[in-house]
Ligand binder design. Sequence first.
Ligand SMILES: Nc1nc2c(ncn2[C@@H]2O[C@H](COP(=O)(O)OP(=O)(O)OP(=O)(O)O)[C@@H](O)[C@H]2O)c(=O)[nH]1
Ligand SMILES: [Mg+2]
Length: 392
Amino acid sequence: MALRCGWRHLALVLVLFLIIQFVFYFKPEAIESVRNVPAKFNYGGLNKKPTPAVAEDTGDVAADPHHPSRFVAKTTRENAAFVILCRNTDLDSIKESLTELEEKFNNRYHYPYVFLNEKPFTDEFKNSISEVVSGTTHFGIIPTEHWSYPPWIDQDRARQEREKMAKNHVIYGGSEPYRHMCRFNSGFFFRHPLLAQYDWYWRVEPSVKFPCIIDKDPFKVLRENNKLYGFTISIKEYPKTIPTLWNTTLKFMDEFPNHVSNPNMLKFIQKAGTNGTPEYNGCHYWSNFEVGSLNFFRSDEYLAYFDYLDRAGGFFYERWGDAPVHSIALSIFLDKSKIHWFEDLGYFHGPLWNCPKGEAHKRLQCTCEEKKSIETENPNWSCIKEFIRTPN
Ligand SMILES: Nc1nc2c(ncn2[C@@H]2O[C@H](COP(=O)(O)OP(=O)(O)OP(=O)(O)O)[C@@H](O)[C@H]2O)c(=O)[nH]1
Ligand SMILES: [Mg+2]
């Protein structure tokens, strides 16, 4: 009798324990806290290994022989997300980009999307986006300190410089939000709490086009080949937007020689200067398309470089773009083996194309014209020659 009573007590305790666990697990706060992984600001060095593919997903295989999914029978996702910085007013043009991205790639993978904005996204924006994407969506607000003037910036001087640039017809030279955007994309997007759980990102902009089937997962291409950054188009920067960026970079390399990789990619971005010292040739990976390692940008080396540039003030007194900033950093801190040209990934951001050639053009059912590709149509702007001839 005493024994049976003991068992009953034990069973009762066990049932109560299970009920408590069940209730806790399904509480909305608990679910939220799992989703909102806290921001981490110390991500360790460049050697931090990304986690392997995280989720398995069976592709929607080809009953239809013309469906793009026949290229991948079974896929696994990397620990990755699309990152989209945009305004509520960009709704139609971002839906255009995402409809095609889904059709050519993501309807087989369902990678998640992270949307960022300095203002709250409207319900209309959120609902409308969810109609065109197959991955989960996350909408985040940018912290004010990532989209405002740091205290050391003289805002009157910044305004005067903007006015001068506008008079000189420098593209976006008179725009204040454009400068916050470039600074955010240079130094902060990878620190947003909504990205803390991911290793890889793919940047997408409004009104871009993906004219070919994307038959390989770009995240996987990078991870499996031990690379950290991939691009489609490489061009030269307008010198008027970055008068002192290169000198500031030289000072950084002088002060932090231990941060400069050996070998590196400096040959890709340098040309012989007039007085014999190398100068910046303006070459950069066009950052409206990027697939890359978030941990590269979270590294001590990159953060030290961004801080150095930010202190120098050129995001506001000049109009330093995130594309040259990313590219110069990649060239200082990495060697060529870490950088990948997605030659066969068809892409358009006005006014330039990357259009695959020959067999790839046919196989990937590209709708772009090969001859419109930047190397053919605008050879003087393209930096692909410089990239190819840079030694390993
Ligand atoms: N939230 C927000 N996003 C912005 C703002 N300005 C630009 N963006 C986004 O930042 C990215 C780059 O801006 P773009 O205006 O495309 O700059 P760009 O590619 O140099 O110039 P375009 O040739 O006009 O495309 C895009 O994803 C924009 O949606 C802004 O003020 N707020
Ligand atoms: Mg753009």
